[in-house]
Design a protein around this ligand. Structure first.
Ligand SMILES: N[C@@H](CCC(=O)N[C@@H](CS)C(=O)NCC(=O)O)C(=O)O
Length: 245
């Protein structure tokens, strides 16, 4: 039995749900509400001491790290393969999964906290906020959350710096996708699944205009949206972090 500890509107959780849907695997939802910092409750820290979602339990055995989880899910059944057969194609797939880990996911963090989660944290009681932040696994994480929850205006400097990184990332994707159909090569793979939540988050942030002048990225986005698992992986409107004003 597969149990997924996840939040509906979290980048790495959409990534794993997309994979589960494409592999047609049944799973049970264990919701970790990031808008209330539930990743920092003792109950969840017992599952993943890093206080990060997602975590997958397979018959009670815990796996963390969304890219590792997705390779594991792919290996669970030979049906609907998401890892290319040829070693070189597999290597390219992993390079683009790493690009998601190193570039795409980090680039959305500041705008997500400053423009979206900040509004959710403002609704938490100061006592609960402090209780949760006190459980943060590192002082850096505690400081980042405290800054995101602080009253006042968002740090637009951080948002602008992130937008510069997003533009550069989209430029790299455009160059790749002008050469091949999918990020990993000629077949849909875990690389596209890893990068897909970037599209969704930029749309939520109202940054979708960033790919107006990127025809290959726009073609790839249409292809990703046409995949059966994409809509299944996305949250319902009520499960979304409030949109930025
Ligand atoms: N490398 C990890 C990153 C996990 C991660 O950063 N998850 C985010 C949601 S996408 C999270 O748990 N954020 C809450 C926090 O940072 O406290 C993975 O791929 O699973």
């Amino acid at each position: 039995m597969l149990e997924l500890y996840h939040d509906w509107d979290a980048f790495c959780c959409i990534k794993v749900r997309f994979c589960l849907a494409e592999k047609k695997l049944a799973w049970t939802s264990r919701w970790v509400d990031l808008q209330n910092m539930a990743q920092l409750t003792p109950a969840y820290l017992a599952v993943n001491p890093k206080g990060l979602v997602p975590a997958l339990l397979d018959d009670g055995k815990v796996l963390t790290e969304s890219s590792v989880i997705n390779e594991y899910l792919d290996e669970l059944s030979p049906e609907y393969p998401l890892v290319p057969e040829a070693p070189l194609d597999r290597a390219h797939m992993r390079i683009w999964v790493k690009f998601q880990e190193d570039v795409l996911h980090p680039s959305v963090k500041a705008p997500t906290y400053q423009l979206m989660l900040r509004r959710a944290f403002a609704l938490m009681s100061p006592a609960l906020l402090e209780e949760r932040i006190a459980q943060a696994p590192t002082p850096e994480k505690a400081a980042m959350l405290r800054k995101a929850a602080a009253a006042g205006t968002p740090d637009l400097g951080e948002v602008e710096a992130a937008q510069t990184k997003m533009q550069a990332a989209l430029g790299q994707m455009e160059a790749r996708l002008a050469q091949c159909q999918w990020l990993g090569g000629e077949t849909f793979s875990l690389a596209d699944i890893a990068a897909a939540p970037f599209i969704d988050r930029l749309e939520e942030l109202k940054f979708a205009g960033m790919w107006n002048n990127k025809p290959a990225v726009r073609r790839w986005i249409s292809q990703v949206k046409a995949r059966p698992g994409y809509a299944a992986a996305l949250p319902e409107a009520t499960q979304r972090i409030p949109e930025p004003i």
